[in-house]
Design a protein around this ligand. Sequence first.
Ligand SMILES: Nc1ncnc2c1ncn2[C@@H]1O[C@H](COP(=O)(O)OP(=O)(O)OP(=O)(O)O)[C@@H](O)[C@H]1O
Ligand SMILES: [Mg+2]
Length: 304
Amino acid sequence: MTTALQINDVHKWFGNHHVLDGFSLRVEKGDVVGLLGPNGCGKSTVLKIVCKLLDLDAGQVRLMGEPLSELGYRARALVGLCTQHCALYPDLLPAENLHFFARLYGLSDRERQQRVEELMSSFALEKFATTRVGQLSGGWRQRLHLAVSLIHRPKLLVLDEPTAAVDLEARMDLWRFIEGLRDSGTTILLTSHHLAEAERLCSRVALMRNGKVVAEGSVPELLARIPGQAVAKVESEDQQAIAQRSIDLGWTVRQGAGQMRLLLPHDLSLLEIVDALRGIKVSAVSVQPVTLEDAYLELVGDSP
Ligand SMILES: Nc1ncnc2c1ncn2[C@@H]1O[C@H](COP(=O)(O)OP(=O)(O)OP(=O)(O)O)[C@@H](O)[C@H]1O
Ligand SMILES: [Mg+2]
C-alpha cells in the first residue's frame, strides 16, 4: 500500500455555504503535497477533516488505507498537525511542552524521554532550554510547534501555512527543516500562499478553487499546462498595440492586476522581445522562465 491519504468527492457545508464541493486528492507515501488556493477556498477545512477536527457531510477519506470514519480517534495518532496559530503553552519551557504533548499521545515514559531529547536536539532547541515559550521569537515558537506535531511519529504531517507568520530568516530555516523531513521520507500535506515555498518543498501541488481541486501534478507537470515556456511582463501605455503584436507573433496575452503578461512559446532574450515590440512605446519589460505563479494564474485565475 503506497497511498497515505485518499480523499474522494468530499462535500462540506457550513449552513448554506457549500465550502467543499466534491474535493478529491490523493497523497502517496513519501510525497509532499501542497494545497494552494485563494483565501476561503476551503484549504484549512480539508486539513481539519483529515485531522478529525471537523466532520465531512459527504464523501470518503481513507488514511493509511483505512476509512477515516472507522478509525475514530486512532486517526489522531496517525496525523500530526501544525498550524499558523500556535497551540503551545507559553508559561512552559520548550521541553515541558514536548513532554505535555507526548503524554497526551500516550507515549511511554522511556519513549517520551527519548523522543523529547531527540526533537530538542534535531530542532536545535537546546539553546532555549531555559526560555519560556512565551518569550521565544515567532520563528522559534513555530520551530517548536513543528517538533510538537512530530512527537508521536505521525504517518502524515499536516501543515497549515507553516511559515505564514514568521520573518524571512525563520521561513528559510523552517524550509530547511521541512526539506529535511521530506528527504527522510515523511509524508506531508501542506497549505501555503507562498508559491515559492510550494515550488521548493512540494513533490506535487494541488490547485484549489471554490472547494475543489482544479489542477494537480508535479510542478513541471503544471508548468507544462501553461501555453508558454517563458513570460514577459510588459508595462506600456499602448496595451492594445502590444496585444495585437503579440497575437501576430503567436504569443499568448494575459492581462490583469494592472500588468500585461505575454506567454512566449520559447525562451527569448530581453533584446529579442524589445526588438519584436519595436515601434510600440514600452516603459518596462522583463522576461523569465514560467514559474508556479504563472501556472496558478493560468489554472486558478486569481492572484495567490
Ligand atoms: N466553523 C466555520 N463556520 C462557518 N464557516 C466557516 C467555518 N470555518 C470556515 N468557514 C468558511 O469556510 C470557507 C473556507 O474556509 P477555510 O478556512 O477552509 O479557507 P482557507 O482556504 O483555509 O482560507 P485561507 O487561505 O484564508 O486560510 C470560508 O468562507 C470560511 O469563512
Ligand atoms: Mg486556511
